[in-house]
Design a binder for this molecule. Sequence first.
Ligand SMILES: *Cc1c(COP(=O)(O)O)cnc(C)c1O
Length: 336
Amino acid sequence: MKLAKFPRLRITHGPTPLEPMKRLSEALGGPNLWIKRDDCTGLASGGNKTRKLEYLMAEAVQQGADTIITQGATQSNHARQTVAIAAKLGMQSHIILEDRTGYTFEDYKHSGNVFLDHLYGASISEVPVDTDMNAAMAQLADKLRSQGRRPYVIPGGGSNPVGALGYVTCALELANQANEMGVAFDCLVHATGSAGTQAGLVVGLYGARTQIPVYGVGVRAPKPAQEERVYKLACDTAELLGVPGCVQREDVFANCDYVGPGYGKPTPGMIEAVKMFARLEGLLLDPVYSGKGAAGLIDLCRKGHFKKGQNVVFLHTGGSVGLYGYQHAFKDALAA
Ligand SMILES: *Cc1c(COP(=O)(O)O)cnc(C)c1O
């Protein structure tokens, strides 16, 4: 695949560590659990969007952009990492935040990612749930162009074929680390949302024929819509890389049983997963994505879906900053 021909800004501190989770594995009594630390990508307290932004922001620089526009939910990790890179590159940033939860909690509205968005100097607009976010970004881009700015628009989650290249890179990095450490992984588990992470991973892992299956745990859409979205983006990404056809429809799998009441809404499984990772491994998950992904992982180990003797790696996609926006949700669990 022609990965090296794409312009890339080197921002990620990498390779990110691949570590065993001994105490969690022991507590669950199932497979050997590992963690790929993409919470340690090094920018703005880390997360998976940084890898995508290496390619997206390189394209923005190439196009002579001086302003970045993107969108996300109120506590968007993607928006936070985007505005941080924009600051580093001396660009203006405008983010449109969608009120997807309707929460009025003080911490949710102002702390966590929102606090950092302000700190990085972003211009922020808030819109109600179900706003056409792409139309809102296009409109803002037109307005900024009329004022003489040169905006570059990044889709939600940085999930287009250029952004997904970041996770093709991660897939190759992981395969290489696994090789060096002599660990044959039976499965890679991670939280899947706007689909760029999973699409890039399947293109990288299947394109390189590593035989490591990818297990997405959904955080928003129902299973058919999520799998379709990942598959389509994987096909477009493979096309971009000059390896069309390397991903089959059956290579794309998502389990959307852990979403709970909706995107960004806490579940008991998420709260338990965040506590277990903190208390057994000293790791910080997040309430919206990695917490629900880990809730899926824990449940699947308990149910025997993942078995003793297998090696399962959890991709930690970051987001711990979001915990500060959700302190209200942990009050009871921490008092108990
Ligand atoms: C965005 C995000 C995800 C999901 O990645 P997608 O590429 O949008 O599917 C997972 N975890 C965290 C912490 C995120 O911020």
